[in-house]
Design a protein around this ligand. Structure first.
Ligand SMILES: [Zn+2]
Length: 372
């Protein structure tokens, strides 16, 4: 009886005993299956990769690689053709290689994939960020934002003054859908001059920055720039990129417990992370539109970068972090100056407010909540 699963007949020899065994042979799941021709007892299967195949003159001869004396001879060339057909380019590559080589190839493909994610994270993260609802970003940043808000400069009038400035900057420019026209601006108790944008739209200046700033226009220029990082979703892109890289890193080092995507410390790292040159240029362009619409002179922004470039700030070392995230160069300054309005400008802050901001937030005690 010819079973469709065992269409061919052959002879099996172990190379030691003189006897030949007549078997029925089938091809299934990349293996040669054999059963005894008379009892139909299943004799086992040989993986295709474990045999050498020879064909010709209407016969197919299979020899076990580990013991070539063990040989199966089939009176048909058809099996050899069927096996060849199964071996596509990919199949050939794989069926002729050892398990170790396969694992190595698989590992290479995996690492390649992870590296592709790693290096394309910047581009993809920006695209993904544009689709993340802004409320999610705000929700995500809540714990971090709160911890900074609780430690801000709380001198009377400061919150209102900074809000007025940020409202004025936000009033004249289009915002993405779902982004409220209201950003919180705070001063935090750190002496190294810096400014950073939090996810969800809060901007923080260090008291060192306020002390070093030469005018309210410099503060407004940097504020507009940081706001643009939020508006153009650069900040959210950093969060997405950080999450992507955390996953890749966790997979590479096999630390699956580390795949908790967002934790506050990671967020802080991202807040102080570098933006790309493109993102910096985008933020600058957006900031100039904001300043122009608010009738605030661009000169503050220009002077700020010019001062950084000229290195006339006494201890430049303190500016290292700000400089690493916001490199000052001639191109940047030239862009600010091109088409810079010179008429119809109004001060970023009233002189009395500017003085009050500089004086009020200089004392460490301005950051402490008075206990009742
Ligand atoms: Zn920037």
């Amino acid at each position: 009886m010819n079973n469709p699963r065992f269409p061919w007949r052959g002879t099996l020899t172990d190379g030691k005993s003189a006897g030949l065994r007549t078997v029925e042979v089938g091809l299934e799941d990349d293996a040669i299956h054999m059963r005894d021709a008379s009892t139909h007892a299943h004799l086992g299967a040989w993986l295709l990769e474990s045999v050498d195949i020879e064909s010709g003159a209407g016969a197919t001869i299979l020899r076990l690689k580990v013991d070539p004396a063990v040989q199966l001879t089939i009176e048909s060339g058809e099996l050899a053709q069927r096996i060849a057909a199964r071996r596509s380019v990919f199949g050939q590559l794989f069926s002729h290689t050892s398990i170790a080589t396969k694992l190595f190839l698989l590992l290479l493909v995996t690492i390649g994939g992870l590296l592709a994610i790693w290096f394309s994270a910047h581009r993809f993260s920006q695209q993904i960020a544009h689709h993340v609802p802004f409320e999610w970003e705000q929700k995500l940043a809540e714990p971090l934002v709160k911890s900074y808000v609780d430690r801000r400069c709380i001198e009377p009038g400061i919150d209102e003054m900074l809000k007025k400035l940020s409202d004025r900057l936000l009033a004249g420019v289009p915002l993405p859908d779902g982004m409220p026209r209201e950003f919180r601006v705070i001063v935090v108790n750190e002496t190294a001059p810096n400014a950073f944008a939090f996810p969800g739209g809060m901007i923080a200046f260090t008291r060192g920055f306020i002390a070093e700033a030469k005018s309210a226009e410099e503060v407004a220029g940097v504020l507009a720039h940081e706001m643009q990082h939020v508006i153009q979703r650069h900040v959210m892109a950093s969060v997405v990129r950080g999450a992507m890289l955390t996953v890749v890193w966790s997979v590479l080092i096999g630390d699956y417990a580390g795949m908790i995507l967002i934790d506050p410390s990671l967020l802080y790292t991202l807040v102080t992370a570098k933006f790309s040159r493109d993102q910096e240029a985008e933020a600058d362009r957006g900031a100039l539109a904001m300043l122009d619409a608010a009738r605030i002179s661009r000169a503050g922004k220009r002077d700020f970068f010019a001062r950084l470039m000229a290195k006339d700030i006494r201890d430049l070392g303190r500016w290292t972090e700000m400089l690493s995230t916001h490199p000052a160069d001639a191109k940047r300054i030239a862009m600010i100056e091109s088409g810079m309005p010179t008429e119809g400008l109004e001060p970023a802050l009233e002189p009395v407010d500017w003085l009050s901001l500089r004086v009020s937030c200089q004392k460490a005690s301005s950051y402490e909540r008075k206990t009742q």
